[in-house]
Write a protein that binds this ligand. Structure first.
Ligand code: PXP
Length: 266
């Protein structure tokens, strides 16, 4: 597979527009309205997550987005048989398989590729039979990449959540209130070492996957402050970013928020 390393592609994850809608359970704002704006602002891809509990994007959203998007659609989904059937009917440009736990606030950790190898293999085969490219959302681990590369996949997406959490612990006072990063309450000198280590892990994993002929994406928790480190890893082909872009758009408008992110990736 050819890898266009000249620039980093930006997938804008528009789930949070549906999160806002679901706060009132009405039909406003409609994530479909974001499609033209994303394209105009220079986004390369629309990313959505059709969760099993349909807490934000629902089936009708997914259908409308598939029908109306002029940009490729990257559909994140669990390795659940019913969801995979729906994805095969929707036929997005790519399916990204992600782990899903109902009680989590957002996707925590990467796929258990080793423990669920056969289940993932079956899902990959079904998706590929429907001519859908497949990516796996995984932790930056050499062993997980070894196993992932045994599957007929096109791409991996490296989970950057740990890097983002450590970055937040070092740089933002508010981060200490976040429930999921209590384990990171360490002296700053230790946090600096952890940040360095987590970036090295992402970098090593990215090069390993690239050498195995896979396209490399990364995402989760990336924002306008911490995204610069991803730019330095030249084999990273794509970033999928949601929360920080939609958060900024409340104040700047979506188009400007995407333009600002694209500028950082130049
Ligand atoms: N990539 C994947 C696979 C995800 O599950 C998510 C969160 O839905 C993202 C990227 C975007 O993460 P964030 O909203 O923190 O930017």
């Amino acid at each position: 597979m050819q890898n266009d390393l000249k620039r980093i592609h930006l997938g804008v994850n528009i789930d949070h527009i549906a999160v806002l809608r679901e706060a009132r359970r009405i039909n406003d704002p409609d994530p479909v309205d974001a499609l033209g704006i994303c394209k105009r602002a220079g986004a390369d891809q629309i990313t959505i997550h059709l969760r099993e509990d349909r807490r934000h994007i629902n089936d009708l959203d997914a259908q409308k987005i598939m029908f109306n998007s002029a940009l490729p659609v990257n559909l994140e989904c669990a390795i659940d048989a019913d969801i995979i059937d729906i994805v095969c009917q929707l036929k997005p440009h790519r399916a990204t398989l992600v782990p899903e736990k109902r009680e989590e606030v957002t996707t925590e950790g990467g796929l258990d590729v080793i423990g669920q190898f056969q289940k993932i293999k079956k899902a990959v085969e079904q998706l590929k039979a429907h001519e859908i490219d497949v990516s796996l959302f995984i932790d930056p681990s050499a062993e997980v990449i070894e196993y992932s590369a045994k599957l007929d996949i096109d791409m991996i997406e490296l989970h950057t959540g740990r890097y983002a959490n450590i970055y937040a612990m070092l740089n933002t006072p508010l981060a200490t209130t976040h429930h999921s990063i209590k384990e990171l309450e360490r002296p700053r000198s230790e946090l600096r070492q952890l940040l360095y280590k987590s970036l090295e892990e992402i970098k090593d994993a990215a090069y390993q996957a690239h050498q195995k002929g896979l396209l490399v994406a990364a995402g989760h928790g990336l924002n306008y402050q911490n995204v610069h480190a991803m730019k330095e890893i030249e084999v990273i082909h794509e970033l999928n970013i949601g929360q920080s872009i939609i958060a900024r758009s409340v104040f700047t408008g979506l188009e400007q928020a995407i333009i600002d992110m694209k500028d950082l990736l130049k």
